[in-house]
Ligand binder design. Structure first.
Ligand SMILES: [Mg+2]
Length: 280
């Protein structure tokens, strides 16, 4: 990435786990990095595909780590789904929702009610309270031909526990076996529709946005598809294992946010191309 590209950045979008923290442990370079962005008047948004937890859960987790952000700085695949429903399904209010109570509450607060009798659109999220009866009912509405949206493609959710957390993408695969239908729309990373609403909201071109993440197959692919700049931070557990089959190259590869912080500070301290050579 050139200095000119770094100097153009007006907004930074960050993956969370593996990028700003790992599990419950905040990386030591995260707070100085966010202070730097604030001091330079560069906006930032955090991104997650996990639709099982509400935005408030993440805001509370960040607050507990000393990161105070406004609700609109936390963008989840649930909010991505709300944006897409409002834009592409105007007038739609009744959804068949396969998701946690918190997803249902967040959708309801945005004006979308769960409807088991005459839904207009089926939405499948990461439902950690999944029941057989609701899975069957979801399959019924999908088989009836309703528009069908998945909040994100992940087939498993990472965990350190002795289990496999079956995620949205795997449930959609189960539903596909039963109904012969895959989702019409799969939102969340790496669908560029996950990033464009953030750029739009801030009135920015895609290349004024820098996406930072630890995964090629979601974070970096999202940036490439959306036309944003991308920065890959190291993931010791996954690098060289996942995403190696993908033809995606990050614009910048760093060990961690501390290294990016130094690179950006250096670029911003240098004269901008427009003013270069014009100083007396
Ligand atoms: Mg990550």
């Amino acid at each position: 990435m050139t200095s000119a590209q770094l100097q153009r950045i007006r907004h930074v979008v960050m993956d969370m786990d593996g990028t700003i923290y790992r599990g419950a442990t905040l990386f030591e370079w995260t707070l100085p990095w966010l202070d730097f962005l604030r001091a330079r008047d560069i906006g930032f948004t955090f991104l997650t595909n996990n639709s099982s937890k509400s935005r408030q859960v993440y805001l509370d987790k960040l607050a507990g780590m000393g990161i105070a952000v406004a609700p609109e700085q936390m963008y989840t695949s649930t909010w991505n789904t709300i944006d897409v429903l409002r834009r592409d399904y105007p007038g739609c209010q009744r959804l068949y929702l396969l998701g946690t109570p918190s997803l249902q509450a967040e959708m309801a607060a945005a004006g979308f009610v769960h409807d088991d009798v005459a839904p207009e659109v089926v939405v499948v999220g990461f439902d950690t309270d999944l029941t057989y009866a609701r899975l069957c009912r979801t399959a019924y509405w999908i088989a009836r031909g309703l528009p069908y949206i998945a909040t994100h493609p992940d087939v498993i959710c990472p965990t350190d526990e002795a289990t496999v957390l079956v995620d949205c993408g795997a449930v959609c695969a189960c539903l596909a076996a039963a109904t012969l239908r895959s989702p019409d729309r799969v939102l969340g990373k790496p669908n560029p529709e996950m990033l464009w609403p953030i750029a739009e909201r801030h009135g920015l071109q895609s290349d004024e946005v820098l996406m930072i993440g630890d995964r090629l197959q979601t974070d970096i692919l999202l940036a490439v598809r959306a036309g944003a700049l991308s920065c890959k931070v190291a993931n010791p557990q996954e690098d060289g294992v996942y995403g190696t089959d993908l033809d995606v190259t990050p614009d910048l590869v760093v060990e961690h946010l501390g290294e990016l912080h130094a690179r950006l500070a250096e670029a911003l301290a240098a004269p901008t191309p427009a003013t270069s050579g014009s100083a007396p």
